[in-house]
Write a protein that binds this ligand. Structure first.
Ligand SMILES: [Zn+2]
Length: 288
């Protein structure tokens, strides 16, 4: 009986004194999951109120009705052999690599696409500024929706035979700045090992943003390196254009990683957690 009393006492103590304020999070980089309900619940419990998702078109459509999170929908292409890297699901029902341009425009007009991305040019074996992508970029520019381009490297077993490391260099984005001066460009994964190149492109145009997915995942990039990369972006004056993203990594660990950046103020962290992304995606809502 004494023991039981002691146990209850400790239990009460551990629950009562500190109530942590939940961080408000806009995760700009999520993909599909086998267990959608579990994925969305985990994100919601971590503080995610808004997220940008891209995955196979069929799987993506199943997300439209079942979320408390305000989801923004993307369009993955070009798809190597018609498939999403890693999961190898068909990107589109008909097995094609590229979505038809008039179909894309219709989806944008109907409010079913909020951004183009993840652009898989590196997996497909072409440059992110390849002319075959230009008609799509032109559409995105016309409707004021962002384009999110995969950069950096890749994990194992992506199943894309034409993947080339050098095609993950964000400097390839450079010529798009003059060709599409109003296009909102989002360099995904901060360029990873090419983060200095990301910085140089971002310094040329205020319409270029980046997300911190992958580099913030301590299972892929050591936390000290993550810290140094973010420091480089901050020193380059880019704190208003860094966006939080997990790429389906462990959301709690990624939030902890950002909170642990001791050289950032609470205000700077909030910019990364959601404020910058709200600004970047703002005209998406207006265009609907
Ligand atoms: Zn990616």
């Amino acid at each position: 009986m004494k023991r039981l009393f002691f146990f209850i006492g400790v239990t009460c103590l551990s629950f009562s004194p500190i109530i942590h304020e939940r961080q408000k999070v806009f995760d700009v980089h999520i993909h599909g999951s086998k267990d959608i309900a579990d994925q969305l619940t985990t994100l919601e419990q971590a503080g995610v109120y808004r997220a940008a998702i891209s995955t196979s078109w069929n799987l993506q459509n199943t997300y439209r009705t079942q979320s408390n999170i305000n989801l923004l929908f993307g369009l993955m292409f070009p798809c190597p052999n018609g498939k999403v890297p890693y999961s190898l699901q068909p990107c589109y029902g008909d097995g094609r690599d590229w979505p038809a341009l008039n179909w894309v425009e219709r989806q944008i007009k109907e409010g079913k696409i909020d951004f183009l991305g993840e652009i898989l040019s590196q997996y497909y074996g072409i440059s992110s500024s390849d002319t075959s992508l230009h008609p799509y970029y032109k559409l995105a520019e016309k409707y004021g929706i962002p384009v999110g381009i995969h950069t950096g490297g890749a994990g194992p077993n992506h199943g894309s035979p034409n993947f080339r490391m050098e095609l993950g260099n964000p400097l390839l984005v450079d010529q798009l700045l003059s060709l599409f001066p109003k296009l909102k460009i989002w360099i995904m994964h901060s360029g990873d090992q090419y983060y200095n190149e990301t910085i140089s492109v971002m310094q040329k145009s205020k319409l270029v943003y980046t997300d911190i997915s992958v580099i913030s995942n301590s299972e892929i990039v050591p936390s000290e390196r993550f810290s140094n990369i973010i420091k480089s972006f901050i020193e380059a004056g880019l704190e208003d254009r860094l966006m939080f993203g997990t790429d389906n990594g462990d959301i709690d660990k990624v939030i902890t990683a950002v909170k642990g950046l001791g050289f950032l103020s609470k205000e700077q962290k909030d910019k990364i957690f959601y404020q910058n992304a709200e600004r970047f995606f703002a005209s998406t809502e207006i265009s609907k």
